[in-house]
Design a protein around this ligand. Structure first.
Ligand code: COA
Length: 388
């Protein structure tokens, strides 16, 4: 066996490992700041739209009026699904998890692209837009099919947020609901080198196509440690049920070393700036929809948790109110992570495109701790278990 000569450092979880230089996203986890391409998330949430933000992430600058028109027209033209992909979705078991449906349908989209592989930047962006535009159609088509309703064709000339809500219900959404959905999409569009973005970057580094890249991202986002915390946070609020029960719940959970969902973050050691924005909208939506009890319970959980966790760097994150917002906008709980994906495709594809500008195959190492030179035993002499 060849001895390893240099001391080896294993970065399990890759904490604090930088894999590329980037101009897409900056998180200042100590100062509660998040920037997309240099613009603060607060400014984007106040003034931008998801389409503008997606353009910004992918191209690197804010679009002019004509650039934005061209971008949104193209999204509109890509929004309808190929009949073959729709038929495929109709064949899926009704009880499928929508993330599994999304992963499979996005992968299938590549089969109906006459030229999925390309080295050309313009075509790569085009494929990113094709996927971005079709994901709301895939999610809503499946949701309607599983509820024994006919999928709704995109209306066109609506924002991604409004189009999603329209295709989900068949009714043109209330402008305020569309606005909140739009802001939620902006807030979820990008977050530097998180697990799913890294998965997309690894796949891009092999020079795979955009469909394979985004399918890797969806598969990675699927896990409860990444995409599922908003569902868990909402479940906690529903389980607690009333503000008066929040203190007992939190004290008991923390005494049993249980984590409070929607709290804590690998990068933010203070307030997650996205949490602050979503909390405001959650409060407003609750008043409008007559669901103040839900919001008040979430606030009571937050207040108790902050009291118990005082002095620690564990603060509320984006997921503490995003699930409540998605719920009040009429989405079933298992659609929360697909909605997250619908937005994050902008960030995934932006990072893949950026990485490919000066690509290097990502190929880390594993430190081998096993044996070598074992004799190959005939089948009748094997023990059938792992030897010490
Ligand atoms: N509630 C209570 N305690 C928490 C906590 C939470 N939500 N998050 C972290 N902690 C505690 C851990 O129990 C640990 O305590 P210990 O040192 O006494 O064992 C300490 O904080 C460090 O935890 P660790 O898991 O190492 O921190 P991390 O920075 O890697 O964790 C998360 C980041 C997101 C995985 C973690 O905060 C978490 O599980 N949060 C809940 C799920 C969630 O909201 N995820 C969405 C993230 S956007």
């Amino acid at each position: 066996m060849t001895a390893i000569r240099e001391p080896v450092v294993i970065h399990k979880g890759l904490d604090n490992v930088y894999v590329k230089e980037s101009k897409i996203c900056f998180i200042d986890g100590d100062a509660s700041k998040l920037f997309y391409r240099g613009y603060s998330i607060d400014e984007l949430a106040d003034h931008s739209t998801f389409e503008e933000t997606a353009f910004l992430l992918i191209y690197g600058w804010l679009p002019t009026t004509s650039q934005l028109e061209g971008f949104t027209q193209k999204l509109d033209s890509y929004r309808p699904l190929e009949p073959e992909v729709l038929r495929l979705i109709q064949e899926f078991p009704e009880q499928s998890d929508p993330m599994d449906v999304l992963r499979t349908a996005v992968s299938a989209l590549g089969l109906y692209d006459p030229q999925p592989m390309t080295d050309e930047l313009k075509l790569r962006i085009d494929k990113a837009m094709r996927i971005l535009a079709k994901v709301p159609t895939i999610i809503t088509a499946f949701d309607r099919i599983r509820n024994h309703k006919v999928p709704i064709q995109p209306k066109g000339q609506l924002t991604q947020a409004a189009e999603f809500l329209y295709m989900l219900t068949g009714n043109e959404p209330d402008p305020y609901d569309s606005h909140v959905m739009d802001v939620a999409l902006i807030l979820h569009a990008e977050h530097e080198m998180n697990a799913s973005t890294f998965a997309c970057t690894v796949t891009a580094s092999t020079l795979a196509d955009m469909y394979s890249i985004t399918t890797s991202g969806i598969g990675t986002l699927r896990g409860p440690l990444h995409g599922g915390a908003n569902e868990a946070a909402l479940r906690t609020v529903l389980e607690v049920g009333d503000p008066s029960r929040a203190e007992n719940y939190v004290a008991d959970a923390l005494a049993r070393k249980k984590r409070i969902m929607g709290f804590g973050h690998r990068v933010y050691k203070t307030w997650d700036p996205r949490y602050l924005i979503l909390k405001k909208f959650a409060g407003e939506l609750a008043t409008r929809k007559g669901q103040s009890g839900l919001f008040d319970t979430a606030v009571a959980i937050e207040t108790s948790a902050r009291k118990h966790l005082e002095g620690t760097p564990i603060f509320p994150n984006v997921d503490s109110y995003s699930g409540i917002v998605f719920h009040m906008l009429g989405n079933q709980t298992d659609l929360f992570t697909p909605i997250f994906a619908m937005s994050r495709i902008a960030g995934w594809t932006a990072h893949a495109i950026e990485y490919l500008e000066s690509n290097r195959l990502i190929r880390p190492k594993a430190l081998y701790m096993g044996k070598t030179g074992l004799p190959y035993l005939p089948i009748e002499s094997r023990t059938g278990r792992l030897e010490a």
